[in-house]
Design a protein around this ligand. Structure first.
Ligand SMILES: [Zn+2]
Length: 180
């Protein structure tokens, strides 16, 4: 836990699945991570099957891995938390320093994400774009799948088409009054 990310560093969102059963909750996954000697989940924002958004100890700059926040409102996800620990999910430090890692709970090589999850995913990324004032269609905020950066099947072959997702997010940001 040395490296810090600030909101001003952020220019990327990378989307993952948790590669777990979709019956599990983010809170349970966070406890499992602690049991595996990690500082909580390596992701920043977790989207539960019911669409509830949780924030990991890394995102909220917690002093302990057990500080995990469930069911947060969209507003303030960026502004209420200016500092974050590095999400050391891999050794690509430069990427992680500038990235918000969002994990959608489930294994989308086996099942599809829930409607609630897709809806919330669009909303939360639109909110990030809005609060950071970074346009997605101008490339100021990049929205990537984990599989774009690495040879992994994440967020899974049954996940929504990447272009379709991006278009939904851009439409949402425009509706919010940014990036005309
Ligand atoms: Zn991933």
């Amino acid at each position: 836990m040395i490296d810090l990310r600030q909101n001003s560093c952020i220019n990327k969102v990378i989307i993952h699945h948790t590669d777990t059963s979709n019956f599990v909750t983010g809170k349970q996954l966070n406890l499992d991570a602690i049991a595996n000697s990690m500082f909580g989940l390596v992701f920043d924002i977790i989207i539960n099957v019911n669409g509830n958004i949780d924030l990991s100890p890394r995102w909220i700059y917690a002093t302990q891995g057990s500080q995990y926040i469930q069911n947060v409102p969209l507003r303030g996800i960026i502004n209420n938390y200016p500092k974050h620990y590095l999400s050391a999910a891999g050794d690509n430090t430069d990427t992680n320093l500038t990235t918000v890692h969002i994990a959608v709970i489930g294994n989308f090589n086996i099942t599809e994400p829930s409607i609630h999850q897709l809806h919330k995913l669009v909303e939360v990324i639109a909110q990030i774009s809005y609060e950071l004032n970074l346009c997605i269609h101008k490339g100021e905020l990049k929205v990537l799948y984990h599989s774009d950066a690495f040879k992994v099947s994440c967020p899974g072959i049954l996940f929504i088409d990447e272009k379709e997702l991006k278009n939904k997010i851009i439409a949402k940001v425009k509706k919010m009054g940014r990036c005309k």
